[in-house]
Design a protein around this ligand. Structure first.
Ligand SMILES: Cc1cc2nc3c(=O)[nH]c(=O)nc-3n(C[C@H](O)[C@H](O)[C@H](O)COP(=O)(O)O)c2cc1C
Length: 185
């Protein structure tokens, strides 16, 4: 089937290395529009999209995440992070943090919005990775500091982040496991 949307969905991969090149205003606007077009349960639109292009904030946030796992001694994640040079955001020039008010089905809504951003990015020749790991610094004692720094609206929690940029690596698609499908006729 010749269908650009399906091709884009299938071509998306989680990319974990980016070129230094920054996105332009038009690209950022297109990503924001794709995010805002997402469906949400009861149309609550519980989200807020925080577009971060400031590299020192992104780096500091990444370091905070690494420090958190070192501090609690989570060897599994420490090793996984080390294998990725302790880069939580993979040097992406643009990170869209999605915060959300905990109401309705907000976590699902956030996930859908993240995928809208990821697919929109791919459709524009950009790549992305959805990031759940940074959540840890938006919980517990250190949460307020980070929520303030990223200007979370009152009462919002971390949902997900999507790092976007120009890929500096290639990647095969993940295996499509057709045993995970049932057809009932
Ligand atoms: C909700 C969610 C959270 C994720 N969090 C992270 C993360 O913190 N760091 C990361 O490198 N990848 C993260 N990923 C990317 C997954 O590892 C990736 O989607 C999976 O390995 C499949 O690979 P693909 O996206 O290239 O198809 C996350 C993906 C999702 C959907």
């Amino acid at each position: 089937m010749d269908n650009k949307v399906l091709e884009t969905i299938k071509a998306r991969r989680s990319i974990r290395a980016y070129q230094k090149k920054q996105l332009n205003k038009e690209q950022i606007n297109a990503l924001v529009e794709a995010a805002l077009a997402s469906p949400s349960a009861m149309n609550l639109q519980p989200w807020h999209f925080i577009v971060v292009q400031n590299q020192s904030i992104v780096n500091e946030l990444g370091q905070g995440v690494v420090a958190y796992f070192k501090n609690i001694g989570d060897e599994n994640i420490i090793q996984r992070l080390e294998s990725r040079n302790n880069k939580v955001f993979y040097d992406a020039p643009c990170v869209i943090v999605i915060s959300a008010k905990p109401e309705g089905m907000y976590q699902i809504d956030v996930g859908i919005a993240a995928q809208n951003i990821a697919v929109a990015a791919k459709s524009m020749g950009l790549d992305s990775v959805i990031l759940g790991l940074p959540r840890v610094v938006f919980e517990g004692e250190i949460a307020e500091n980070w929520k303030n720094k990223l200007q979370f609206p009152e009462g919002h929690e971390y949902g997900l982040a999507v790092a976007v940029g120009y890929a500096a690596m290639e990647k095969e698609p993940h295996e499509r496991d057709h045993s995970k499908v049932t057809f009932i006729k």
